[in-house]
Design a protein around this ligand. Structure first.
Ligand SMILES: [Zn+2]
Length: 352
């Protein structure tokens, strides 16, 4: 268990990097929530006491002190052994080719010089700073959106994306048939030991004595909710759409873009927890990294395919999330940049 006094994360940054490659580890091909089914029923009933040796995770924005969203946690156990718990499931690893940085920008209403919201195309009196991706995921201030789009999507879908990214679940506990009140719903990071399959439930924030008692008892029941898949998809669609607009330096007016805006506005206006279905969001490919933020705040990257198949163009969101370019028309100039890159270091492939 970790309380607010746990050390700040070390950021788990990788070593020095050079050239145009972005050697990320790519995990999770799809939006897959953590599975809480342990290999054996006994695993869930083996609480242990230990000292935290090390916690790694992303830092809070701006380097402020705070709870790291835990990526890996290492305990020193009473018997002298150490036990490391990391992400519950890992996917395959790959390398992305860095193509170009996507700059910060603003958008003006066509035929005027008024700033508009690139999501709903309104021209409000005041626009708010928009972070792409969420600031809590390491995103930077990249453009401006209107207050309803900024607040509505921020609270309704971006929190779900963060929980998915962190393998966080919200849980309530039952003990001896007694249900703890609503105030006892906790955010919990779900982590697993890769060697033994044992899992750790790392509580976010303060652990009150009654919760501690329950978690330390031989048996308890936990009800949990995984991050909402639809909301995650909408959040990724928003970031992919805004990053694509920034790359294009304009807000596209084709039918595809109109459908995306309509989906984002529908999610903005829906009650919390009821994000509507979006084909555009469901079509996005998404990868994530477990190695910490790297590269520029926003970038166009490519995933080289095996066997000569067409590459996939993706947007790097703060170097921690990678989402496919959202439009059917490929990003202008991306192919040329990719060919130049291939010509620089793999000549036989370039001529194939
Ligand atoms: Zn708006």
């Amino acid at each position: 268990m970790v309380d607010g006094a746990a050390g700040a994360g070390d950021g788990s940054a990788g070593g020095g990097r050079s050239g145009s490659d972005l050697p990320v580890e790519l995990f999770h091909r799809a939006l897959v929530g953590p599975s809480l089914r342990p290999a054996s029923g006994d695993i869930a009933r083996t609480p242990f006491r230990g000292q935290i040796r090390r916690v790694s995770g992303r830092r809070s924005l701006g380097g402020k002190r705070g709870q790291p969203a835990i990526d890996e946690i290492v305990f020193d156990l009473p018997d002298g052994r150490a036990a490391a718990f990391g992400p519950p499931d890992r996917g395959e690893t790959g390398t992305l080719v860095f193509l170009s940085q996507i700059p910060r920008g603003t958008f003006t209403k066509p035929g005027s010089d008024e700033d508009m919201c690139p999501i709903c195309l309104a021209v409000p009196a005041a626009l708010k700073k928009e972070h792409v991706p969420n600031g809590s995921l390491g995103g930077s201030h990249m453009t401006y959106t209107c207050e309803p789009c900024n607040n509505g999507l921020g609270s309704k879908v971006e929190a779900a994306l963060q929980d998915w990214f962190d393998h966080a679940i919200t849980a309530s506990f039952e003990h001896d048939g007694e249900v703890l009140g609503r105030r006892r719903v906790l955010k919990i990071y779900f982590r697993r030991n890769e060697d033994t399959g044992a899992f750790a439930l790392v509580v976010d924030g303060d652990v009150t004595p009654d919760v501690e008692q329950i978690l330390g008892s031989p048996e308890f029941r936990m009800r949990y909710q995984e991050a909402q898949q639809r909301a995650c998809g909408i959040a990724l669609l928003k970031h992919a759409y805004l990053a694509a607009c920034l790359f294009l330096r304009s807000v596209p007016d084709h039918p595809e873009a109109r459908v995306m805006r309509a989906d984002l506005i529908a999610a903005r206006d829906a009650p919390k927890g009821q994000a509507p279905a979006s084909d555009a969001a469901a079509a996005l490919k998404v990868y994530r990294s477990h190695v910490g933020r790297q590269g520029p705040p926003l970038a166009l990257v490519a995933q080289q395919a095996e066997d000569g198949a067409a590459p996939t163009f993706l947007i790097s969101l703060a170097g921690v999330l990678f989402v496919s370019w959202p439009f059917a028309d490929l990003p202008p100039g991306a192919w040329q940049r990719l060919r130049q890159d291939a010509g620089d270091d793999t000549e036989e492939e370039a001529s194939a």
